[in-house]
Structure formats: C-alpha cells, structure tokens
Design a protein. Sequence first.
Length: 239
Amino acid sequence: MIAVLVVLALGQSSCPDSAALITAAGERAAVLDLRGAAVTLAGDFSTCRETAVAYWYLHGLVAARDAYRYGGSPESLEPVRLAIAQLASQSPQTPASEVARLVLMAASSAAQSERDEMALILEHALDLERQQRSAGLPGAPIVAASEAAGDLWLQVHRFEDARRAYLNALEQVGATRRVMLGLARSAARLGDLAASCEQYRAFVRGWPRSERELPELVEARTFLQRRECRTGLPQPPRP
C-alpha cells in the first residue's frame, strides 16, 4: 500500500500540469474534437504517465477511424499499432491503461471490419471498465470504453448493437454529446425516427454557442428539418 502511494505521489509531483492538460483535452473531446484533444496532450511524456496514456489512447482512436476509411490497410493501421504498443509499455500498468489498450485493439479490428474479433475484445474492455467504475475508479481516459463501443458498432453497421452500447454508456457516463449523437444516428439507421429526432434535438440544444459548427452539428440540423421532426412541435404564427 505504501509503495502504491509513493508511486502516486511521485507521479503527481513530477507532472503538476497533468490534471489541467487532461481537463483541457476533455473539453475538446466533449465537442467531438478528438484530434484537437490529442494535440492538447502532446508533449514530453517521460514523467507524465496519465497524460501519456490519455494521449496515446486518443491518438489511436483518431488513427483507427482514419484507417477505416482506407480499408484497414497495414500502412494505415501502423499509427494504431504504435499507440497500442505505447500503452502496453506504460509502467506501472493500470486498469485504465489496459482498458484503453483493449479499446484500441477493438478499434483496429473494426477498421478491418473484423466484427467478431472486435466484439470479443470490447466485451473484455467493457467488463474491466465496469469493474473499475463499480470500485469508484476511472476507466478509459476522456472517452469511456462504453462510448467508444457505440462508435465502433456504428462504424461497422451493427446498429442495434450500437444503440445498446450507447444506452449502456448513458447509464455509465451520462448524456454526453457523443452518446446523444450516437443514439440519434443508431435510431435513424434503425428507422426509429421519433427517437432520432429527440436525440438530435437534444444534441443541438446542448451545443455551446462559442464552438464552431462541426459536420456533426450540420448533420443534426439537417435531419431536424425533416417533416417527422417538425410534426407535433409548436409552429410559428402566420403573418
């Protein structure tokens, strides 16, 4: 126990800006800017283990999404493999870094459309994160494994699995914008237009005015122009 406390104390004293950096990265991730969140964390990780874990995790998620667009080729997956290797090399290993590593392994499988392999790895990651949260400890940094699971199922066109994952994330981490957008998208793919309208509306309503309009916000506003979304809403008075 004493040894653990010493390690934690050393980590805190040697990297005093770690918490501030992770908070800033979390603010970028909260508006779906994972690339910007990773850039926020980039730097010297020699003494900042928590920052390093968060950086390599977010960097790997972005790289895996990019790799999917290129069909999961070996070249496109190289940055993901690097991130996985960096997470595996962290010392001391923590459950949070292991959850992050497993999610990236699942993301690598998703980039290659290896759905069965992805499912097995995700199940392990989600189980470990649930154990962590039950004990009052953090899971994957900044983007929960439950949120990432929804994104990955949506990516490989398993929409019912995606909706279940986002509903699980809703219970685990609450109504984040990532969860609301994911629920809206999965409901739309499943033909549940009422639910999709509701979630897109909540997503748009919670968007900070100071933030630029990302493609996801344009997507939501465009969807809300559908007749199904306008039905039942108060209509403006006629001139």
